[in-house]
Write a protein that binds this ligand. Structure first.
Ligand SMILES: [Zn+2]
Length: 242
């Protein structure tokens, strides 16, 4: 089985090398406002809710993309509603989206931490985690169920590694465009295997705009002009990618 797996990994590397350079043909952007309904997300001391800030940024982003680009925009939620994560991903996939942008705010317990975080998928990191898990097990007779599980991850990896590298590109473009308009906040890129990104059949990123429990960040998120500036920078990144 080890030889078989090595063969698969080799095949996968080859495929990603051969098939990685295609243009994406961006037509449909899916915007996912984080949380909603009874799921409030993070909550600031002054009462601002993550779900409300995320919806405002998402709606502003939708308007800007529609005004400026010949793209279709699909929202996983258009209002403050309870929509489970699985349904959001299913909707994104059903709408044949070419790019998924999930909007959140951070909600750290530390009020001091602030700034903007942009998350993307990195299969190299996930592969390393998988490999170190196997070594920890150190058990050659792990059983066919585990082998099947590994295989499905590897196969999914093959179909999704192109999406992941495109997602990383978009994440970088968003960071670049946000850095151009924001000088007083740290903007961090970070790999993270979030479900909404892993299960999406398209490049996907997640962005946390500020930490809602941080007083200054919450103040900014209440400001309509700031919301529009953030949405504008994300839209500009989409345009550059497009
Ligand atoms: Zn959130």
């Amino acid at each position: 089985m080890k030889i078989f797996r090595s063969f698969l990994l080799l095949l996968m590397l080859l495929l990603s090398y051969v098939g990685g350079a295609d243009s994406t043909g961006l037509k449909t952007v899916v915007i996912d406002p984080g949380h909603g309904g009874s799921d409030k997300g993070g909550e600031g001391k002054d009462g601002l809710l993550e779900k409300d800030a995320a919806l405002q940024i998402s709606l502003s982003l939708k308007r800007m993309i529609l005004n400026d680009m010949k793209l279709k925009v699909v929202m996983t939620s258009e209002s403050d509603a309870d929509i489970p994560l699985e349904r959001r991903v299913a909707l994104a996939n059903k709408s044949k989206g070419d790019l998924l942008i999930s909007i959140h705010t951070g909600a750290s317990y530390s009020e001091k931490s602030g700034g903007i975080w942009i998350y993307y998928l990195d299969y190299e990191e996930m592969r390393k985690e998988l490999a170190s898990g196997e070594q920890d097990n150190g058990n050659e007779t792990a059983g066919s169920e585990n082998e099947e599980n590994d295989l499905s991850i590897i196969l999914k990896d093959m179909t999704h590694s192109d999406y992941a590298s495109e997602g990383a590109k978009i994440a970088e473009l968003i960071q670049k465009n946000l850095t151009e308009i924001i000088s007083d906040q740290k903007i961090t890129l970070k790999p993270m295997p979030a479900l909404i990104m892993k299960d999406a059949d398209m490049p996907a990123i997640m962005i946390e705009v500020g930490n809602i429990t941080n007083h200054e960040d919450a103040g900014r998120l209440r400001n309509r002009e700031y919301i529009n500036r953030i949405a504008g920078a994300i839209a500009k990144a989409v345009k550059e990618y497009y």
